[in-house]
Design a protein around this ligand. Structure first.
Ligand SMILES: CCCCCCCCCCCC(=O)SCCNC(=O)CCNC(=O)[C@H](O)C(C)(C)COP(=O)(O)OP(=O)(O)OC[C@H]1O[C@@H](n2cnc3c(N)ncnc32)[C@H](O)[C@@H]1OP(=O)(O)O
Length: 202
């Protein structure tokens, strides 16, 4: 068990490590260096993995459930970073208003599906995050029961994208939320999700 101060330092250091991991993933996936550099980099990476793997937790660290609600209480100027400890999750920071949420992102080469286009599965991931985290920001522990995605046009890589979500309807445990992605003011994809509030408390 770590002391509180040490725990804070440890989480901050983990955040930096994860950021460096994201940079490494992009550099690895796109490098054009020669054979010698590739072999040497692979050896160095395996050595780092061996050090980190000496002591592991079973799951990835996660943020506090109430953190999005705290950001929403402050207002749109407060940012909430999703899955900051997870190098594979899409990096995004959400801003909440009374009725909805928004975020600005750029998808790099790691998220490519069709050429120059964000993979449809990542589009769904991004939109599910926009809807699910909006639910969380409203203090509701709910899971996605269904998610319908409409791909209107390609969502481009390496371009600024604007993400939006809002609540459409609440009926007891059921909430319908919708979200969409815009590029240059044009909607590329949209989602409509049904969320069911869990009976149990956390
Ligand atoms: C600490 C950090 C934590 C952090 C936690 C952060 C969570 C963020 C979530 C992010 C989003 C995700 O990725 S979520 C992950 C992907 N989703 C999942 O794995 C969910 C898997 N499905 C389930 O677990 C379950 O099916 C639930 C929970 C969705 C619903 O089960 P249930 O609770 O037993 O509810 P049930 O009684 O069946 O249904 C309640 C009402 O909803 C209706 N209903 C249920 N499913 C559907 C459906 N697909 N389409 C239409 N209607 C449906 C029923 O007809 C019923 O209506 P009526 O008879 O009342 O009219």
């Amino acid at each position: 068990m770590r002391a509180v101060e040490e725990e804070t330092d440890h989480r901050a250091a983990t955040l930096e490590l994860i950021e460096a991991t994201r940079e490494l993933m992009l550099a690895s996936a796109t490098t054009e260096m020669g054979l010698a550099e590739l072999h040497s980099a692979t050896e160095q990476m395996r050595a780092i993995t061996a050090v980190l793997a000496q002591r592991r937790r079973p799951r990835v660290l996660r943020g506090d459930f109430d953190a999005p609600a705290r950001a929403r209480a402050i207002g749109p100027e407060a940012g909430y970073r999703l899955f900051p400890f997870h190098p594979v999750a899409f990096p995004m920071e959400m801003h909440f208003s009374e009725s909805g949420a928004r975020a600005s992102v750029v998808a790099n080469a790691l998220f490519e599906g069709p050429r120059e286009t964000v993979h449809g599965g990542f589009v769904a991931h991004i939109l599910d995050c926009m809807l699910g985290t909006l639910m969380q920001a409203r203090g509701t522990l709910a899971l996605t029961a269904s998610l319908e995605i409409t791909y209107h046009r390609r969502t481009p890589l390496d371009e600024p994208l604007e993400l939006f979500s809002r609540i459409v309807e609440i009926d007891g445990r059921k909430t319908i939320a919708e979200g969409w992605i815009e590029h240059d003011g044009v909607r590329t994809a949209e989602a409509r999700g049904l969320f069911i509030a869990l009976k149990e408390t956390r």
